[in-house]
Design a protein around this ligand. Sequence first.
Ligand code: SAM
Length: 287
Amino acid sequence: MTATADANSAAGVLYVVATPIGNLEDISARALRILKEVSLIAAEDTRHSSRLLQHFGISTPLAACHDHNERDEGRFLERLLAGGDVALISDAGTPLISDPGFHLVRQVRAAGIRVVPIPGACALIAALSAAGLPSDRFAFEGFLPAKVAGRRARLEALREESRTLLFYEAPHRLLDSLRDMADVFGEARPAVLGRELTKTFETLQGLPLGELVRWVKADSNQQRGECVLVVAGWQAPASEDALDAGALRILDLLLAELPLKRAAAVAAEITGVRKNLLYQAALERKA
Ligand code: SAM
């Protein structure tokens, strides 16, 4: 616990509770207990969430929490300062992940009140966990800009991003976004479309971007429902990959002293990099 949190040890706790992204069985036992025990639930859409709570027989009062609405935030802060526990939920999945809650969490933490995550479903993590693309490092980009120019500019900025990329997309923009991705990242870039995850018509289709465009275009069903796009990161061409800065430095030093072919051969012996890669690089450097 931080020093500021200690300052408010009499205050309640704000629980940030993940709810399902489709399949109601995905709610955790802990989430259900917390939602029953707190004095108030702050929800993105109270009508939507009341159906979820009803399903689980939970009668805790609900109050709307719109992102960055000071009146809402003040109300929850008051409750917490008075010692009441509050749970924050969104319409689906993990609050704050392309969903409201950031301002509330920031304010509550700034007031020295404890914030506790109750983890669970999150569409991007579900998609990444089943996509079969590198998952050791990834970048979540949320929703791309709706307008073409903004979307393409964003994609251009990501063209050489080597981490696996994750995007949320609205179904009516899926095809346009996929086309732009194929254009900017190249048709051969591997990608996976995760659609309606955890629901009846769950789809996880992995294809190179160009083929994915054609596949989605050919089947209008794929342009419905909720979707996550997982796109492989940029990979340096093999020659650039093998020739790191150290190898190139050695090559440059040798080129200053030896004929090109000999310099490439000696550099290959020193670095262990293939001779023809170094020969090619030496030709380019001389040119
Ligand atoms: N907070 C949520 C989470 O933790 O994933 C995300 C909320 S964001 C407003 C909604 C977007 O998440 C959808 O447009 C879609 O891109 C993605 N999404 C949510 N549920 C999904 C599902 N079952 N399958 C695929 N994508 C989903």
